[in-house]
Design a protein around this ligand. Structure first.
Ligand SMILES: *Cc1c(COP(=O)(O)O)cnc(C)c1O
Length: 378
């Protein structure tokens, strides 16, 4: 097998393999069992042990995890889900998939995360769930409003697609008691190639989530192979995690310490290099407690700076164009002053564990030049 060239700062994000993934995939392929198998269950148990929770439910994607978690929490047609506009559109599509209505809220410009007061202000009689997005990998503390939410029967479902491995206080994100969803897509902190995970709040919810991901069929795949029939107990999706993807996840999990250390080191290198740039604001990810997923800065003349960076071969990106301004979601538009202002300032610097600290310094050098050129253009 050939080794691909090492991705550098020309890529905004990139999967990071430790070696061993290709062999694990080959093993899964040769086994001839590609559905939810013992390989998938090893991955579920491995993630549960890593997080310190009793059980997890593996699914095809992070989006599927969000969708199934919402359904499991009782979110259906007519329900309202409070959600930041500044997230990947997948978060919103999962809400729409339930027939529910997103109620968009603003974020803190320093963290790009929702604040408890914003959530309280957005609650209505139709609110059945709140979906905080752990932007950049940063945990979100909603303990101050937990009682209010509980009294009103509102579930908290965390979109922790960015935050695998991060800590929330003394425990990992996923072990806080909130219904939590992870993505193991290509460029996430841990990848299965494609994959997702639900951390249910209790055994009953775990059972429901498993039923929902498996077409509502009661019997396991192994059991079905040796019986003449099966029972369908409820509506369900076909969203089980293939052994092929789980095999990748098992290798990634065993090496996660390296991914975690690499991401923290790179983020800190950026922070140090950016310290001298007064016109640039680094979005804080609470690096001591989190496994950073992105390195986002807020810059003046963003579009011009973005062009200059791209012209220098630097893989900058934007996470994300606000959802409340998307055509597909225009029925749920609300005025969100902070999100609308920072939408024109945010820019994501290249960020993946292939990059060295020196490369981060070069990216910041290019940013300095780009700011100077963009500034003199007006
Ligand atoms: C990646 C991502 C998702 C969706 O995960 P997939 O595995 O790509 O389906 C959802 N929310 C956020 C914030 C993401 O970054």
């Amino acid at each position: 097998m050939t080794t691909p060239s090492r991705p550098d700062a020309a890529r905004n994000a990139s999967p990071f393999l430790f070696g061993g993934e290709a062999e694990a995939v080959a093993g899964a392929l040769l086994s001839g069992q590609y559905g939810h198998t013992d390989v998938t269950e090893t991955f579920e148990k491995g993630v549960a042990a890593f997080l310190g929770v009793p059980e997890t439910v593996a699914v095809t994607t992070g989006t599927a995890a969000l969708h199934i978690a919402l359904v499991a929490a009782g979110v259906g047609p007519g329900c309202e889900v409070v959600v930041p506009s500044l997230t990947f559109c997948a978060t919103i599509q999962a809400i729409l998939a339930c027939g529910a209505n997103p109620r968009f809220v603003d974020v803190n410009p320093d963290t790009l995360c929702v604040e408890p007061e914003e959530i309280l202000g957005a609650l209505t009689r139709a609110t059945t769930a709140v979906m905080p997005v752990l932007f950049g990998g940063r945990a979100i503390d909603l303990s101050g409003i937990a009682d209010t939410l509980q009294e009103r029967g509102i579930a908290v479902i965390e979109d922790a697609a960015h935050a695998f491995g991060s800590f929330d206080g003394d425990v990992r994100v996923g072990a806080t008691g909130a219904l939590t969803c992870f993505s193991f897509g290509p460029i996430k902190n841990l990848t299965c190639g494609q994959g997702g995970m639900i951390v249910p709040r209790n055994a009953q919810e775990a059972q429901l989530a498993r039923s929902l991901r498996g077409l509502g069929i009661v019997e396991s795949q192994a059991r079905r192979a040796v019986t003449t029939s099966y029972s369908v107990e409820r509506f369900g999706f076909r969203q089980q995690l293939s052994s092929i993807n789980a095999a990748i996840g098992n290798v990634q999990l065993a090496n996660f310490d390296r991914a975690q250390a690499g991401r923290k080191k790179l983020w800190r290198a950026y922070r140090a290099a950016l310290a001298g740039l007064s016109s640039v604001k680094l979005v804080d990810v609470d690096v001591d407690n989190s496994v950073p997923h992105l390195c986002v800065v807020r810059v003046p003349y963003r579009d011009a700076v973005f062009e200059e960076m791209r012209a220098r071969g630097i893989g900058v990106g934007v996470h994300y164009p606000p959802n409340h301004q998307q055509r597909a979601f225009s029925s749920w538009h609300r005025k969100l002053p902070v999100t609308e202002r920072i939408a024109g300032e945010i820019m994501s610097l290249p960020f993946h564990p292939h990059m060295s600290e020196d490369e981060a310094v070069s990216v910041v050098e290019a940013l300095k030049e780009s700011l100077a050129v963009a500034g003199t253009q007006r």
